[in-house]
Design a protein around this ligand. Structure first.
Ligand SMILES: C[S@@+](CC[C@H](N)C(=O)[O-])C[C@H]1O[C@@H](n2cnc3c(N)ncnc32)[C@H](O)[C@@H]1O
Length: 194
């Protein structure tokens, strides 16, 4: 199973014309393009990456596809997402994607880290609309990846509580996809908010 494509497949139905989405790790821009296509000309995608190279690659793809008007490319640490997205879009984001790790064919020392990943997730949680999806794809094969995956798992577990319990956190339906036969398989979490 190709988890990057699987993540897109599961997010697709949430992207309605005119909706708002976030790619918190823009990288090569593939998820950004997917989101931009889904939200249509009246929608908006915030594409964030810490690396200028990633933002340049993403911007080039967006321009080539004719999606420049609906994508804002932001070079920043996604740990700061809460201050990067306009307040009026809080509670209106229908889809947020994080494809963690490093930029393929680039500097492998620039890699997502547990602390800022969790900060990004905390910020995104405040931005999600009713009927929205959060997709997190993590890799355990690089040095800090296992720790990051464990912390994401703990963060997700705190939200994956019984639906008969009270409180906001009961709003998520959590799905976890992994190749159990492969100890270094990436892990995909999908959190659907009702
Ligand atoms: C696996 S790539 C993303 C692939 C991308 N979603 C795509 O479709 O091509 C991971 C990206 O996370 C970025 N990244 C690492 N740490 C980050 C941080 N703290 N804030 C934002 N982006 C970060 C890297 O620069 C890299 O481009």
């Amino acid at each position: 199973m190709h988890l990057t494509l699987e993540a897109q497949r599961r997010c697709k139905s949430y992207l309605l014309p005119g909706s708002i989405a976030i790619d918190a790790t823009a990288g090569n821009g593939l998820d950004t393009l997917f989101l931009a296509e889904g939200v249509g000309p009246d929608g908006m995608v915030y594409a964030v990456d810490i690396q200028s190279e990633a933002i340049e690659r993403t911007r080039a793809k967006v321009l080539q596809a004719g999606f420049a008007d609906r994508v804002e490319c932001i070079q920043a640490d996604h740990g700061l997402l809460g201050s990067l997205i306009p307040n009026e879009h809080f509670g209106k984001v229908v889809c947020a994607m994080l494809n963690l790790g490093y930029l393929p064919h680039s500097d492998k020392s620039i890699v997502t880290q547990a602390t800022t990943t969790i900060q990004a997730l905390e910020a995104i949680e405040k931005m999600l609309a009713s009927r929205s999806i959060l997709s997190i794809l993590a890799y355990v094969g690089h040095p800090s990846g296992r720790q990051e995956s464990l912390e994401v798992q703990r963060w997700v577990d705190r939200r994956n509580i019984d639906s008969d319990q009270v409180g906001d956190q009961a709003d998520y339906l959590v799905e976890r996809l992994v190749d159990e036969t492969n100890p270094s398989s990436p892990i995909l979490w999908l959190l659907r908010k009702s």
